[in-house]
Design a protein around this ligand. Structure first.
Ligand SMILES: CC(C)(COP(=O)(O)OP(=O)(O)OC[C@H]1O[C@@H](n2cnc3c(N)ncnc32)[C@H](O)[C@@H]1OP(=O)(O)O)[C@@H](O)C(=O)NCCC(=O)NCCS
Length: 163
């Protein structure tokens, strides 16, 4: 069974993780724990409960804000003219040996679910991400993320209106 867990150096094999992008591997191996402890980001991993040390994929989340002028004209309507609160996916990656099997989809789903849960306590309008290249941008667009008007590699997903 695939399970989402908080990154834990005692349980998860960070060194064994490789997604094909050195910067994203290094982040997990060298910086993720430090940044979690300092309150800079929260890092969550997906594991298979049959092999619980192996990291299948991970994502990091932080608080952020976005300039309202970066949103599409339709989304700007009825929003204040000052920066609006958001969450940010700082890093997201799937192990190279598991790519193409739905782990990326699960990572996005877990990140969105976490944001929807968190915004019951602290308001946030959207989830934003800086795509590192056009391939990553296409991946996020596949899930409905929209391109920011002021920055072609920054995308956002409005989290919806509470009923
Ligand atoms: C991008 C990445 C996370 C995708 O993970 P994955 O596990 O291979 O993707 P999945 O198998 O979950 O694919 C889920 C869906 O996304 C689609 N998809 C995957 N990569 C895509 C891309 N680059 N462009 C458009 N769609 C893409 C799949 O076709 C699939 O669609 P479906 O659900 O409609 O069938 C993974 O390739 C990766 O870690 N790459 C290296 C790191 C990286 O680029 N991270 C992005 C951070 S900016």
């Amino acid at each position: 069974m695939i399970e989402e867990q908080a990154l834990d150096p005692a349980r998860h094999d960070r060194k064994g993780f490789s997604c094909g992008v050195t910067e994203l591997d290094e982040y997990l191996q060298r910086f993720a724990i430090q940044q979690s402890k300092k309150g800079v980001s929260v890092v969550r991993v997906l594991i298979d409960t049959n092999l619980p040390a192996e990291i299948l994929g991970y994502y990091s989340l932080s608080a952020a804000q976005i300039d309202v002028n970066a949103l599409t004209e339709a989304d700007q309507k009825q929003l204040p003219r000052y920066p609006v609160p958001c969450f940010r996916i700082g890093r997201l990656a799937c192990s190279i040996s598991h790519q193409g099997r739905g782990i990326g989809k699960l990572l996005i789903g877990c990140a969105v679910t976490r944001c929807l849960e968190a915004r019951k306590q602290v308001a946030a309008y959207a989830l934003i991400v800086d795509a590192k290249d056009v391939r990553a941008k296409a991946f996020y667009k596949h899930y409905g993320f929209k391109t920011c008007l002021d920055s072609p590699m920054t995308l956002y997903l409005a989290l919806g209106v509470d009923k």
